[in-house]
Design a protein around this ligand. Structure first.
Ligand code: PLP
Length: 393
């Protein structure tokens, strides 16, 4: 049978990382892979995560199976962090998942199985793995416009016009904050208009929330998701704890359903079924780290403080890069770098310019122009700025 297997294209971002590792130049700079890195280039274990794990080691008495939905302490605490105090708990269903990707996979499976004729609308561009999973499930994918003609701002009119063609039974995937790969985000006023339109169109909505706390803060980054939950009768939220708790390899995510209270039980049963039919019980270690932190006032305060420091470090790097470029280029055309939010910005660069950054300057960014701002530090900001100008960006 294996002779019939088709070759699979390698993941472009992981291939870039392999190329970076093989590069022997000492001053090489990795702005490719999407993980947070501190000034020394490390992806740190957060203080509260270490403390929670130490506590768990002493307190855990069993490693028997958790429930198919995961531990309620985790699903409740994370749902509350995402949706805030105003949502009616009777509208909610939730299951722990294998990272944010697991939540997305199951959300996509739920909508494509329930509405096989419906299209799934995604922003152009979007995180490539959205497209990989949707293609694997055989979904009909339709792009909506997101980026303006300059390649650096929000195309509000284009997005609203394209989503005007959404039909009942279709699903619209939205990035809740810190859009990946562009870093471009609608304002809350834009979100209100998007929500009103999707309500009128009768769309199912999936919010991908992978970066809560990486943009403007935990509350502000959840504001669009909360607005959508209040405005729409039904919603799925695929949340990841990989970035904001820094527990990438623990595979910790949550899939939340928001519905009419009368439909919450059947929604919950279907979310549980999706866990059972894919991998049975969800991973527990990372979920337990999260519930230990969120359930303890001191740990939660320390986690929030460290997350905020990570967020403001990324903002300062954005501002420093925009300022450096303003000085070198003598123009404000790079101001967008300080306006974008989250780990990524997408440079409006040609493939040749991206290749020249790598070949002539040892600077690695993704082929579509996406760069990870967290890969920079005070010393590399001016190096990147000069290289960008040198290659003609
Ligand atoms: C937009 C987006 N959604 C979801 C995820 C999935 O995160 P996880 O590592 O928790 O599966 C990522 C991770 O890079 C992402 O960028």
């Amino acid at each position: 049978m294996f002779q019939d297997l088709k070759p699979q294209a390698p993941d472009t971002i992981l291939s870039l990382l392999a190329q970076y590792r093989a590069d022997e130049r000492p001053g090489k700079i990795d702005l490719g892979v999407g993980v947070y890195k501190d000034a020394s280039g490390q992806t740190p274990i957060l203080r509260a995560v270490r403390a929670a794990e130490a506590r768990m080691l002493g307190a855990e008495v069993t490693k028997t199976y958790t429930s198919l939905a995961g531990e309620p302490a985790f699903t409740k605490a994370l749902s509350a962090m995402i949706l805030g105090p105003d949502i009616d708990p009777a509208r909610l269903s939730a299951v722990a998942t294998t990272g944010g990707t697991g939540a997305l996979r199951q959300a996509f499976e739920l909508v494509t199985r329930t509405s096989p004729e419906g299209a799934v609308w995604v922003s152009n561009p979007t995180w490539p793995n959205h497209l990989t999973i949707l293609a694997h499930l055989g979904a009909q994918v339709r792009p909506y416009r997101y980026v303006d003609a300059d390649g650096t701002g929000f195309d509000r009119a284009g997005m609203l016009a394209d989503l005007g063609a959404v039909r009942p039974g279709d699903t619209v995937l939205l990035h809740g904050c810190c859009h990946n790969p562009t870093g471009i985000n609608p304002t809350l006023a834009d979100w209100a208009d998007i929500a009103a339109l999707l309500r009128e169109r009768g769309a199912m909505v999936i919010v991908d929330l992978a970066y809560q706390g990486f943009g403007d803060g935990l509350e502000d980054d959840a504001a669009a998701t909360r607005l959508l939950a209040a405005a729409l009768p039904e919603l799925l939220i695929a949340a990841s704890c990989s970035k904001n708790f820094g527990i990438y390899r623990e595979r910790t995510g949550l899939l939340i359903g928001v519905s009419a209270p009368a439909l919450a039980a059947v929604t919950q049963a279907n979310l549980v079924y999706l866990n059972r039919s894919s991998h049975s019980f969800p991973p527990d270690h990372g979920a337990r780290i999260v519930s230990t932190i969120l359930g303890d006032a001191d740990l939660a305060a320390d986690w929030r403080a460290e997350l905020d420091q990570i967020r403001t470090t990324m903002l300062s790097l954005r501002e420093a890069l925009a300022a450096e470029l303003r000085q070198i280029a003598g123009s404000d055309r790079f101001a967008y770098l300080a306006q974008h939010r989250g780990m990524f910005s997408r440079l409006p660069a040609t493939p040749g310019q991206i290749e020249a950054l790598r070949r002539d300057h040892g600077i690695y960014i993704v082929s579509d122009g996406r760069m990870n701002v967290a890969g920079l530090n005070a010393a590399t900001v001016p190096i990147l700025a000069r290289a960008m100008i040198a290659v003609g960006i």
